[in-house]
Design a protein around this ligand. Structure first.
Ligand code: GDP
Length: 444
């Protein structure tokens, strides 16, 4: 998980001060020493660390905090506010052109995830903003890059404008813009060339594209795994071509956090999106406050709710409620529920969004991965229709047959049957409670 080390250290530090009824200057100093260490360890830019510590210390040692009834909580709030500020404060939305098309220039070093992000962003713009994007392949140095964008376009059923490798990028962009007008595309996403290092020619090329048409957004795509290097890259790109925002990729990996916490402060440009995986729907708007909250172990309920709303089918939810109520829930429904939850992403990532999830013992070992879900699916799929609706009939010879069919052990089958039974019992109690509640309400 991203920020794991940092989160662990900060949460440890916080727990020491949390419940204190009295916080001395010495306590704050001690805490700040630990926070400084945690940030440096997470590869946060030194200047950024210094300013951060200074700001938190000044506020925390202030009279208001020391005199308050819950000084420990106050200090934690200050840390959270300052972390949020450090990452930009508010979420920064995309700037759309007054007169379409909106032109978005995607820049970055090779391997940062630029082409993938271009596809993801186009997908998001279509799905969430109802736009009609055109992808433009302007990386003429690597034929593979054009192919890659075309493959993504195919996968997303989005058009890709390409003229091969013999035409200059500026000419490609000029023609692409004309094409966009003719075809009424309201957003044009330009995938530019990447290099292994910052290089003069590349910068000149980007400047030439800019000179042709001032983009509405210039998004720098950076790999969060590269830590402080990402900050240097951002600084150089910003100086040379001027960026309007940053997309941090690979935040689903075990990045330490240095890039996310330093980039905004150093470049003064907002992080607009984060890449959370290789799939085309794994791009999310960046919310500084929610991120701060997650780092400090306070959970991220807003993102969790949004994920559920985006992925869970309302009709299905109603149908399930009815089944719970009438206690006609079967293994088929169980499977259905599982696939709904699965759409929200890896389960252990979802659980981590719950406040205090870091304290749930064994969560880090509870690899609720695709493999174990796959086993459950295999078991259910090996049941007969009668077994799915009336699991009570599953005796030992049936279990043996299911084990053979699913390639799972008898223990795994027993475990699943037990889980299903427990769930039904719980449902019975819950519906019993609501029925009683309803009856009570009707009494005069
Ligand atoms: P480019 O050279 O900058 O265009 O980079 P690519 O788009 O080709 O991406 C390089 C690699 O990073 C590919 O294998 C992508 O699948 C992967 N990648 C991109 N974004 C993410 C992300 O957010 N998470 C993960 N896990 N992988 C990513």
């Amino acid at each position: 998980m991203a920020f794991e080390g940092l989160a662990e250290r900060l949460q440890g530090t916080i727990s020491k001060i949390k419940g204190k009824g009295k916080v001395t200057e010495q306590d704050v100093k001690e805490m700040m020493r630990e926070v400084r260490f945690a940030l440096i360890e997470a590869d946060v830019n030194l200047k950024v660390v210094k300013t951060f510590i200074k700001r938190v210390s000044e506020r925390a040692i202030g009279q208001d905090v020391m005199k308050s009834l819950t000084p420990g909580q106050q200090v934690i709030k200050i840390v959270k506010d300052e972390l949020t500020d450090l990452m930009g404060g508010e979420q920064s939305p995309i700037k759309f052109a007054q007169k379409p098309p909106t032109v978005i220039l995607m820049v970055g070093l090779q391997g940062a995830g630029k082409t993938t992000t271009t596809g993801k962003l186009a997908n998001l713009l279509r799905k969430k903003y109802n736009r009609k994007p055109l992808l433009v392949a302007a990386d003429v140095y690597r034929p593979a890059a054009i192919k890659q964008l075309q493959t993504l376009g195919n996968q997303l059923t989005l058009p890709v404008f390409a003229l091969g490798t013999e035409v200059s990028p500026v000419e490609i962009v000029r023609q692409a813009l004309e094409h966009a007008k003719e075809e009424h595309h309201d957003v044009v996403l330009i995938d530019t060339a990447g290099r292994l290092h910052i290089d003069e020619n590349l910068m000149q090329e980007l400047k030439d594209i800019r000179a042709l048409k001032e983009p509405d957004e210039v998004f720098l795509v950076v790999d969060s795994m590269t830590g402080q290097d990402a900050v240097n890259v951002a600084d150089s790109f910003n100086e040379a071509v001027g960026i309007t925002g940053v997309v941090l990729t690979k935040l689903d990996g075990d990045t330490r956090g240095g890039a996310a916490l330093s980039i905004r402060s150093v470049t003064q440009k907002p992080i607009k999106f984060v890449g959370m995986g290789e799939k085309m729907d794994a791009l999310e708007p960046f919310h500084p406050e929610r991120m701060a909250s997650r780092i400090l172990g306070m959970g991220d309920m807003m993102s969790l709710i949004e994920k559920a709303q985006a992925n869970v089918d309302e009709e299905k939810a109603k149908e399930m409620e009815e089944k719970f109520r009438t206690q006609s829930f079967t293994f088929d429904d169980f499977l259905d529920q599982m696939s709904q939850v699965k759409k929200m992403g890896p389960l252990d990532e979802i659980l981590k969004m719950l406040p205090g999830a870091n304290k749930i013992k064994g969560l880090e070992n509870a690899k609720i991965d695709d493999k174990s879900i796959g086993h459950i699916e295999a078991i259910i799929l090996s049941m007969t229709p009668a077994e799915k609706t009336t699991p009570e009939i599953i005796n030992s010879s049936r279990k043996k047959r299911i084990a053979k069919g699913s390639g799972c052990s008898i223990q795994e089958i027993n475990r699943l049957l037990k889980q299903f039974e427990d769930m039904k019992k719980m449902m019975k109690q819950m519906t019993g409670m609501t029925q009683k509640g309803k009856k009570k309400m009707k009494l005069p």
